[in-house]
Design a protein around this ligand. Sequence first.
Ligand code: 2NL
Length: 343
Amino acid sequence: MDSLLQQLEAYKSEIASATAPDEKQLEEFRIKYLGTKGLVKSVMGEMKNVPADKKKEFGQILNEFKLFTEQRYEDLKLAADSGPASVGTSIDLSLPGDPIPIGSRHPITMMKNRIVSIFQRLGFAEAEGPEIEDDWHNFGALNLPPHHPARDMQDTFYIQQNPDWVLRTHTSNTQIREMEKGKLPIRVICPGRVYRNETVSARSHCFFHQVEGLYIDENVSFADLKQTLYFFVKEMYGKDVKVRFRPSYFPFTEPSAEMDVSCFICGGKGCNICKKTGWVEILGCGMVHPNVLQNCNIDPNKYTGFAFGMGIERPALLKYDINDIRLFSENDIRFLRQFTPAI
Ligand code: 2NL
């Protein structure tokens, strides 16, 4: 009997020092000590050789040995599951994680960012204004007389509850609000969404995006306007593009002009985009009309300024080779995924 007790003590220290850092060794431990042909079972088999008067005492000792071995197994299992040694065990920490999908920038946003950042480098500050605007900031202050065709109910979305409110038809409201603040000089670049009551088609939409710019100070001239826009065009379309100004008319600028660049698709040879002219119109501009300055309490005898406005959709359609303006606002994930990841 004593030799069996000694043997049990030896087994105990063996079990106590056994390690099982991974699943395989853990299973080997279980089979060796706790399996149907394992050590615990065979030690239990010794009971039949124990004299009847010692059976109770021995039964307790063997039971304790069994519990000890089972506990050791549980401890090893826990350590293998949670410890740093668990690489390659039940949890494989070397597996790549679940992918987190990265979004992409909207092509309109990318085009807007490009335009705005070029003007920011020239000292223009980005400004934003409301999309629901009163008649004065959208029309009146801009020298648009009460019966000007641009105010036509047919062209503008009026707010039913308050006919003095419209969905802004250009981002000029933002510049008017900047001028009203009365802090001069002003150099702002104003991107945003605008609305026109138009039939939606592949080529036009009832809402789209614009960037407008405004510079007001003493002695601002048409030469400043041209130089600023030359710089913009070179940064935007490359230094080899040619530029031309054509006289035009806007109620809020005098004189007014439209600016063309040599066609960046055909290089000026003539194609469908430039309608065989070799030129593409990209923006309208001019010197701020004295009435507009006056409407914002700026003295037109002391201050002059230039303004310009351009659409974002058309350049974006051309740059990304898109053939339907409606794609920009349909949120079709198959369309949106094609653009640069937003990192
Ligand atoms: C175009 C032409 C233009 C302006 C916008 C402007 C704003 C103020 C005063 C004077 Cl507050 N002018 N904006 C001036 C000339 C042209 O836009 O074709 N836009 C898409």
